[in-house]
Write a new protein. Structure first.
Length: 292
């Protein structure tokens, strides 16, 4: 079994541990009413996007998400939340150095032995969810489990869905599919983006990601026999019929989107292995992007 597969399987326990941290670390996370920008790169950026939607829709205050390299300097935020497993990603560190002293910064990290710990005002360490694997799985989802709990959500139903997602046999149609369009609404759009990235990173698969209601505005032209439209969370009305008419397969588990992401992670590992790739050593990737 690959290291990635091992780490994927530990997610339910990691989410419970992350949720259990809230009483100790709540003060490090944004207070209700604060204007917040959440930043990261790659997977961490997609978790930032999901959190931003969840926080704002839960009424906790204005929340924007940016790729660290695209941060709009000069905007008036009360706090920046930086999500980074490694704590060494160049764009994230550059951003923090640039805003230091002008706005409060919280870092949510996996590895506490990195320079970021001395640069930020508040720190949340999820070292138990850190990974050996290059591609992120459990760190990212544990961050979102932590943040959802901080917003007042009970993570237990998602954990139960996650356990089922780990135990389930993956349908053979999915393993042999040629293309995947991942779709989401609200916070599950960030999950759709991450699903697409995971399949590209671990399996070199052809994937695309869209807000679910945007899918009919062009992307549906890609779907056809042996291609998958995968919906996280709520299925928009009529989309099942639209996908059926293309001859493609609709995948819509209707479970918690974060738990459904686990099925994609498992699929990515399975497709990589079926194609003779090692999911632990993905092509052209490093655990953290450190630019010189
Ligand atoms: C972010 C990241 C990963 C990606 C790749 C390079 O890392 O972009 O999401 O999978 O391995 O690094 P981090 O800032 O969260 O450590």
């Amino acid at each position: 079994m690959s290291i990635t597969a091992d780490e994927i399987a530990t997610q339910p326990e990691c989410w419970e541990r992350a949720a259990g941290l809230i009483p100790q670390i709540a003060g490090a996370l944004p207070a209700t009413g604060e204007k917040v920008a959440v930043v990261g790169c790659g997977t961490s950026w997609f978790m930032a996007q999901s959190y931003a939607v969840l926080r704002e829709r839960a009424g906790h205050g204005l929340t924007d998400a940016f790729a660290a390299s695209e941060f709009p300097y000069g905007r008036d935020y009360d706090r920046i939340v930086a999500i980074t497993r490694s704590g060494t990603t160049t764009e994230v560190l550059e951003l923090i150095r640039r805003v230091r002293g002008t706005v409060k910064v919280t870092a949510v990290i996996g590895d506490p032995k990195t320079p970021i710990v001395d640069l930020v005002d508040d720190l949340v360490v999820l070292d138990f969810a850190d990974e050996k694997s290059v591609v992120q799985t459990r760190f990212a989802t544990s961050v979102l489990a932590l943040l959802r709990t901080h917003l007042g959500e009970d993570i237990a139903p998602a954990v139960a869905d996650a356990r089922r997602a780990i135990a389930e046999v993956l349908p053979p149609d999915l393993l042999g599919a040629e293309q995947f369009s991942f779709l989401g609404t609200g916070w599950s759009y960030g999950i759709a983006l991450e699903a697409g990235l995971k399949m590209r990173e671990a399996a070199g698969a052809w994937t695309e990601s869209y807000p679910a209601m945007e899918y009919r505005h062009g992307p549906i032209a890609i779907t056809g026999p042996n291609r998958i439209a995968w919906v996280f969370g709520d299925l928009p009305e009529g989309l099942d019929g639209d996908v059926a008419r293309t001859g493609g397969r609709l995948e819509a588990a209707g479970t918690d989107p974060l738990a459904d992401l686990i099925r994609v992670q498992r699929l990515a590992v399975a497709i990589a292995e079926a194609n003779g790739l090692d999911p632990d050593t993905p092509r052209n990737l490093t655990r953290s992007v450190v630019l010189s």
